[in-house]
Design a protein around this ligand. Structure first.
Ligand SMILES: Nc1nc2c(ncn2[C@@H]2O[C@H](COP(=O)(O)OP(=O)(O)O)[C@@H](O)[C@H]2O)c(=O)[nH]1
Ligand SMILES: [Mg+2]
Length: 255
């Protein structure tokens, strides 16, 4: 069985790095081998020691100094430099005999999902064995408008990187019981989401969100959102179960 590759993507602070670490520990506790890969050339203080670290090839602060770039320009240059080194990075990853490879992606989502180089990197590193795990940040997703915005971000990421994707409601321990229930309902029932949008307000922003919602429904962006927490470890087994079904039973991967 070739290793399964999971890319954790989401907005800055949504919990990608923490979850990469927590999920590796969970897999290890369950007797599965897992390797972590840091794909963020600008990571400053990671809470875990990645098994493979893109900073061994490309370091943001060195690019800034060498080319006189600011942090954003350097991130863009770094993304392309990672793509140039991808064959070597791939060899290092392939050297591990493991069940799972977990990829922690750069803090800001656009650096990963909006760069053409990311597609090159995923194709080269994972081929048909890659999957996205998109993190919904609960601070955003707990309001109807924020939930629709999160859906749009997830749909955009999936549109850019068309490999199997699961959606996760990250840091679910930080939500109240009522908030959790609402998000769970919205993820299952578009009409409930639509109705919450209208309850929230009828201003222009809501009107636009409702229209977007209909468009998103048409493109099939609606999918269950799995509640997870790196703190309480809730839902980590669900990531595993969904990943297993995507890789071993899912239709998506065969297409
Ligand atoms: N309550 C709670 N906080 C979390 C959880 N996961 C991450 N965090 C916190 O959220 C912040 C951002 O997490 P991080 O993993 O660095 O996000 P990233 O930018 O997506 O990699 C940190 O302060 C984490 O401690 C979680 O499951 N529950
Ligand atoms: Mg991070």
């Amino acid at each position: 069985m070739p290793a399964k590759h999971v890319y954790f993507v989401g907005t800055a602070g949504s919990g990608k790095s923490t979850l990469t670490n927590a999920f590796q520990q969970w897999l290890n506790n369950e007797g599965h081998d897992a390797v972590t890969v840091n794909l963020d050339p600008g990571a400053e203080s990671l809470i875990y020691a990645p098994d493979v670290d893109v900073r061994d090839w490309v370091k943001l602060n060195e690019i800034m100094a060498e080319y006189g770039l600011g942090p954003n320009g350097a991130q863009i240059a770094a993304a392309d430099m990672i793509a140039l080194n991808v064959k070597e990075i791939s060899q290092v990853i392939s050297g591990f005999e493991t069940d799972y490879v977990l990829f922690d992606t750069p803090g800001q989502i656009e650096l990963f999902t909006f760069r053409q180089s990311s597609k090159v990197v995923i194709d080269e590193l994972s081929g048909e064995r890659g999957m996205l795990a998109f993190l919904f940040d609960p601070a955003l997703a707990k309001t109807p408008n924020g939930y629709v915005s999160s859906l749009m971000l997830a749909a955009t990421a999936h549109f850019r990187i068309p490999i199997p994707m699961i959606s996760l409601l990250a840091k679910v321990d930080s939500l109240s019981e009522l908030e959790r229930e609402k998000v769970a309902l919205w993820s299952k029932d578009y009409y409930a989401l639509f109705s919450s949008l209208l309850d929230e307000s009828v201003d222009a922003q809501t009107q636009i969100s409702a229209e977007f919602l209909q468009a998103l429904e048409t493109v099939g962006a609606g999918r269950p959102v799995v509640p997870v927490s790196s703190d309480t470890r809730e839902g980590l087994e669900d990531i595993y179960a969904v990943a297993q079904s995507v890789f071993e039973g899912g239709e998506d991967i065969e297409k």
